[in-house]
Design a protein around this ligand. Structure first.
Ligand code: SF4
Length: 64
């Protein structure tokens, strides 16, 4: 699976980072960016889906 973050939607709650610091990093304002390029490692897929489901701004998208 792959995910992406829409930087226009991200409001910097850092909830994704709380769920998976392996997948996300946040800047000093809490805005998130991806730490992984390409496919999410299989062992992190469940956390990636959790992050998608828990982003309050729907800024994280699972790509087909
Ligand atoms: S949970 Fe969503 S809105 Fe919050 S930092 Fe992560 S991507 Fe941005």
């Amino acid at each position: 699976m792959r995910i992406r973050i829409d930087p226009d939607r991200c409001q910097g709650h850092a909830r994704c980072f709380a769920i998976s610091p392996e997948l996300f990093e946040v800047d000093e304002y809490g805005y998130s960016s991806l730490r992984v390029e390409g496919d999410v490692p299989p062992q992190l897929e469940e956390k990636a889906r959790l992050a998608v489901a828990n982003c309050p701004e729907f800024a994280i998208e699972e790509l087909a």
